[in-house]
Design a protein around this ligand. Structure first.
Ligand SMILES: Cc1cc2nc3c(=O)[nH]c(=O)nc-3n(C[C@H](O)[C@H](O)[C@H](O)COP(=O)(O)OP(=O)(O)OC[C@H]3O[C@@H](n4cnc5c(N)ncnc54)[C@H](O)[C@@H]3O)c2cc1C
Length: 370
């Protein structure tokens, strides 16, 4: 079986049947993650040298998009796992890389902080050298798979070096969850705060150089994160449009002898949504080509892709709600779940507002930072 066929089976047998319950009860999609692990899909981006599939961003985006069309909560767990894996693949020990490749280890990123909020590139949590060890203190505001993943890639201020940040491999068991919250959307992704007080780590837990976090964030993680979060948005937009079309075609105005889809206003709404969804997919595919071919505009496309897809998803899911009318409001059609889930991408860091500003800076020839 190809990895795509394996994914289709898991989508049909595990993810789709439990998506509604995952959302309603806010439960972590453990069965889905275990099935993806068994199928090798959690090791999709791990190198074949350590037993992974050795595939790239294009395939990861396709996996995330397909999962998001059924369960965006699960898609976000997988997104953050692939992002954490990218750092561990480059800087982590071989034994850990093998665990991830084998689907036995789920990871995530713990970057956003109480102090610097969505400005993830500037952690205020600290790391202090103490003999051969390091002592870390920090408060993260929202971490996907908090308490559910086996580990996270943690950010702090550098211990002794210059620079904005240092990254660490931290086992989830070393961290405290100072309070869960009842999220509006992506309710199954177990996002919660994480904190540590005087947490002791060996030097081997440092991922990359002390003070090297910023370059890893921007060079290794941001292109993948932006593309995969955009893929979540693309997947849930597609699902929203197709559910809206099904509803419009399948529901009749008996006194007129026509369906909702026979109304020009309804068709125009659907047409507008379809353009937004298809354009977001086209830009997502373009950023992958730009990165694969090291195009000059690759970084600009990286900045654009998530903002574009996240904003499109706000509009498309809003249109799906409107097209499906009272049935959507009563939660009968399932588009209301996508409407709520769609809200996360625009506020996940870098938020759309920050990206608009960054893109404006690039367009005006100004530096992104400073
Ligand atoms: C479902 C979900 C899952 C998440 N998972 C993770 C995770 O796994 N790991 C992780 O590290 N984080 C995660 N986050 C956190 C996320 O990345 C953001 O840090 C968080 O959502 C930002 O919220 P805030 O209130 O702190 O934002 P704030 O920084 O307080 O922003 C508030 C508003 O101000 C705007 N704003 C802030 N700065 C600027 C600026 N310079 N220019 C223009 N506008 C600005 C923002 O766009 C926003 O609209 C997750 C968030 C969500 C919702």
């Amino acid at each position: 079986m190809t990895h795509t066929e394996k994914l289709e089976t898991i989508l049909r047998d595990v993810i789709a049947p439990s998506a509604e319950q995952t959302d309603r009860e806010g439960i972590f999609p453990r069965a889905a993650i275990e099935a993806l692990g068994r199928a090798g899909l959690l090791g999709l981006t791990s190198s074949s040298e350590v037993g992974g599939m050795g595939l790239g961003m294009r395939e990861a985006a396709n996996v995330v998009e397909k999962i998001a069309s059924e369960c965006p909560s699960t898609a976000m767990v997988v997104t953050m796992h692939y992002c954490g894996t990218a750092v561990i693949e480059k800087f982590g020990p071989e034994s850990l890389r093998r665990e991830i490749a084998a689907g036995h280890h789920l990871t995530t990123l713990a970057w956003s902080e109480k102090g610097s909020r969505s400005h993830f590139w500037a952690p205020v949590g600290t790391a202090k050298a103490d003999g051969s060890e390091y002592v870390l203190d920090g408060e993260k505001t929202m971490v996907t798979s908090a308490g559910e993943a086996d580990s996270c890639v943690w950010s702090s201020r550098p211990a002794t070096a210059e620079g904005a940040s240092t990254l660490w491999f931290v086992e989830m068991g070393k961290l405290a969850i100072p309070g869960k919250f009842d999220g509006m959307g992506l309710r199954g992704n177990a996002s919660a705060p994480l904190s540590c007080a005087s947490m002791r780590l060996q030097e081997s837990a440092m991922l990359g150089a002390d003070g090297g976090g910023f370059d890893i964030m921007m060079g290794v993680v941001l292109p993948l994160f932006a593309t995969l979060v955009a893929s979540c948005s693309v997947g849930l937009m597609d699902a929203s449009v197709s559910r809206a079309c099904q509803h419009a075609g399948g529901n009749r105005l008996e006194h007129l002898g026509s369906s909702l889809a026979d109304l020009p206003a309804i068709r125009a709404h659907i047409g507008r949504a379809k353009i937004r969804a298809d354009a977001a997919r086209a830009l997502r595919d373009d950023v992958i080509s730009a990165l694969e071919n090291a195009r000059e505009d690759a970084m600009l496309r990286v900045l654009e892709v998530k903002a574009n897809a996240a904003e499109a998803a706000l509009e498309v899911t809003d249109i799906a709600m409107r097209v499906c009318g009272g049935a959507a409001f009563r939660r009968n059609v399932g588009v209301e779940r996508f409407f709520r889930d769609a809200r996360a991408a625009s506020i996940m860091a870098p938020t759309s507002d920050i990206l608009f500003d960054f893109i404006g800076k690039v367009a005006c020839g100004l530096p992104l930072f400073g």
